[in-house]
Design a protein around this ligand. Structure first.
Ligand SMILES: C[S@@+](CC[C@H](N)C(=O)[O-])C[C@H]1O[C@@H](n2cnc3c(N)ncnc32)[C@H](O)[C@@H]1O
Length: 417
């Protein structure tokens, strides 16, 4: 019965590609149309089909982490690519889609309560992991957000430098301005703005003590401690006025029930002639819910918004939207780089984390890439101001500013601090 159930699910899902499943007792069966490379999926637990039926994403992620699904002929990226390509084309069983949609609707609000005390624990869960982990897959500047690829051949460090320059251009920085970076990570963007873009004075805030320690040491080492100040602080507890406010890859932690407060705070922190830029992952297919596996293991409290969920709160705050860019596939490419680096550095990983943790991280990176390739995920860059004339009349200033700023030399990796 359980094998029948698994085969029924696979029959309905896998229409293109070549999947061979190997059951607990060694029995094999093929699915798909025999195109593309064969992916062999071995199942070692008879209960898996029921779990897949009830909670597909959680069950598959758990099974991969626990080793109850193994992939003798492929890696997790190929399996997820095959499954997501098929699910994305709408060939998933109708009932599964309907159930998933209903569950998403109920789960969405319940999971998004993210008050300040909980936000700090949730950030620590992810960003206070042993420091070396991030060196094994991120670029030298530890940019933990989508890079910006001008060409498919750009390497990761170049694409991340292009991302910082692109954001700086949209901020229209003038010399000596005060900038706030909400969710500053290990400090790379703040240091870039202070060093290469008009001598800005920057305050960067994070809820990770480990990030704060490293970002502060980097500012001191660069001789920028007078102009770049990193603080352990929640965005709700910040006072002051800034000519520029930027937030990159942080809004995903805010939670949908806090958007109103977030944009009101942003409005109050921005000076009258100020410019703000929000860079966040978003959904192009309308409101949804956080994938249960991602919520459980990677980003508790995280939520990816649709534009329709963000814009009403910007309008309500008194800010005006002056520009929106939708970056497609840049994050898929970034994640492919991260996964390739992670896999290339596996030997070093062994010293730090056990095999289960490694499979968890691999599933996270590969699954996220597929969400951008096939699942409607994109990145929104939303520029906002309090006044219509805060930015130039036409958009050419963005590329012109980028042209005037050659990419800076490579940075010293944070791991040296
Ligand atoms: C994915 S990282 C992005 C870091 C950096 N901007 C980058 O692009 O590499 C998210 C950052 O948001 C910060 N963060 C999350 N929730 C926050 C909050 N409530 N207040 C301030 N920072 C927060 C985290 O500490 C972390 O630095």
């Amino acid at each position: 019965m359980t094998l029948w159930l698994l085969d029924h699910l696979l029959e309905r899902i896998v229409r293109t590609g070549t999947l061979t499943r190997v059951w607990v007792d060694g029995r094999r069966r093929g699915f798909g149309d025999d195109t593309g490379p064969e992916v062999v999926m071995a199942v070692h637990d008879r209960r898996l089909p029921w779990r897949l039926l009830l909670n597909p994403s959680l069950a598959l992620g758990d099974a991969y982490m626990d080793g109850t699904v193994t992939l003798p002929s492929a890696d997790i990226r190929q399996l997820l690519d095959l499954l997501c390509r098929n699910l994305g084309t709408g060939s998933a069983p109708w009932a599964v889609n309907r159930l998933a949609r209903a569950a998403r609707f109920v789960a969405r609000r319940a999971a998004q309560h993210n008050p300040a005390h909980r936000a700090a624990d949730r950030v620590a869960h992810h960003y206070d992991l042993p420091d070396r982990l991030y060196d094994l897959f991120l670029d030298a500047d530890r940019q933990y957000s989508a890079a910006y690829f001008l060409s498919g051949d750009d390497d990761l460090d170049t694409a991340q430098a292009q991302k910082k320059r692109h954001i700086a251009a949209k901020l229209c920085l003038a010399p000596g301005q005060r900038v706030l970076d909400i969710g500053c990570g290990w400090g790379g963007l703040a240091l870039h703005l202070a060093q290469h873009q008009g001598d800005a004075s920057v305050i960067g805030i994070t809820l990770s003590r480990e990030q704060l320690r490293i970002a502060t040491a980097r500012a001191e080492r660069a001789g920028l401690a007078q102009r770049v100040d990193f603080q352990y602080r929640d965005y709700r507890h910040l006072q002051g006025r800034f000519e520029r406010v930027v937030s990159v890859g942080m809004f995903e932690h805010v939670g949908v029930t806090h958007y109103r407060a977030f944009f009101r705070r942003l409005h109050d922190l921005l000076s009258d002639d100020g410019v703000a830029l929000l860079h966040t992952i978003g959904r192009s297919d309308g409101p949804g819910a956080t994938d249960p596996w991602i919520r459980k293991y990677i980003f508790p409290g995280g939520y990816i918004p649709a534009l329709s969920e963000i814009l009403p709160h910007i309008e309500d705050s008194g800010l005006i939207v002056t520009d929106i860019e939708v970056l497609r596939l840049h994050y898929a490419q970034t994640l492919a780089h991260w996964l390739a680096r992670f896999q290339a550095n596996r030997a070093q990983f062994d010293a730090v984390h056990d095999a289960r943790f490694q499979r968890m991280w691999e599933f996270y990176l590969a699954g996220s890439e597929m969400a951008f390739r096939h699942g409607g995920m994109v990145v929104f860059q939303i520029q906002m101001a309090r006044r219509q004339d805060a930015v130039p009349l036409v958009r050419d200033y963005i590329t012109e500013t980028e042209r005037r700023h050659p990419l800076p030399p490579p940075v010293t990796p944070p791991s040296r601090f």
